[in-house]
Design a protein around this ligand. Sequence first.
Ligand SMILES: *Cc1c(COP(=O)(O)O)cnc(C)c1O
Length: 394
Amino acid sequence: MTGHLVSDRLRTALENAAEDQIIFDLGGIEDAYGALLAELPGIAIRFAIKSCPVDGVLETLTARGSGFDAAGPQEIAQALATGVAPELVHYGNTVKSDRNIADAYQLGIRDFATDSVPDVVAIAANAPGSRVFCRLGTTGEGALWGLNRKAGCSVRDAIVVLSIARAQGLVPSGLSVHVGSQQMTTAAWQNAFDELAFAMTELADVGIHLDRINLGGGLPALGYLDRTGTALNPVLAEIFATIRAGMRRLQEIAGRPIEFVMEPGRHLVADHGAIRAHVVRLSTRQQPDGERESWLYLSCGKFNGLYEVDQVRYRMVFPTHPSGRQVAAVIAGPTCDSDDVFGQEPEPALVPEAIVSGDPVWILSCGAYSTSYTTRFNGFDPLPVNVLPVGIHA
Ligand SMILES: *Cc1c(COP(=O)(O)O)cnc(C)c1O
């Protein structure tokens, strides 16, 4: 039932978990890192810490030679604690105060994302001489989480921003994009490469020759279901082919060696994390409209591990009830917040009718954006983290 998406290691750990926890298979993450390098030869990976700020995960990636995309001084410090060289860590957030920039500079960071004149002027003042890359905006179309508008600028703006960088003693070193998280289409990548190609040509006209292109994140996880419970099945092979072709094209335009960087988050970790939760209650109630509805309340929900349930549904396994009669139920988390429901317009899922309070539930492909979005809302503790070390065999 868990299919090929769960490693034997993860499955064994789920079977052995007597209490609620979130489990990360570090060997699976290491393999995903290696597979990505094999798909995109020559790429430099800067893991987006926010997707999974778990020390064991960051240490595993550092050991393989990964760098990090950090969103602020705290993430920078967490990355550096793994022993990674500061040159492999960049400040990828375009939103930062003067103080944030100065703190990052103090920590040894010399590579900053930017997308506006006030931000680049602040970098020049607080991180003198640093390298900057300008983020181009994208529409986010085709992604489950678009990430559009808050960060990124037009090509016209980028020319101004990088020209000011150069005038103020910074090194205008690159451009970046983010096609949106869990991007399902190749068209979004194609558009991003069109935009990057245009920007590189325009920048060359004003004498700015880049040496680095940052392709951002957005690569999909494989194990999600959509909100109706259908597998998402991203076209990963086509996406990689589009990226490889785009890299060749930009390399030709540059006419000099370009370093390609990528900042994957979700893709490296989502399918290698799973939650062991338990059933709080399966109950049936009559709604004001007269309809009888079954609800399955779990010990884990939007505020302690499953923040992303507005956009995806997770594969679930009820290991104590592998067969038997099923009932259609709306699944929800343990808090009294009516947002803590799996799917904004709840679509019932099929769950075992005989399930009782305390029965274990395994929730798969929730390694990304789970621990980072955990709160203590209603007093429910964050899930304990259990990392399965690299090199263990089930
Ligand atoms: C969130 C983020 C990423 C990671 O995105 P994924 O879709 O998880 O791969 C990469 N770069 C930046 C700048 C981000 O904000």
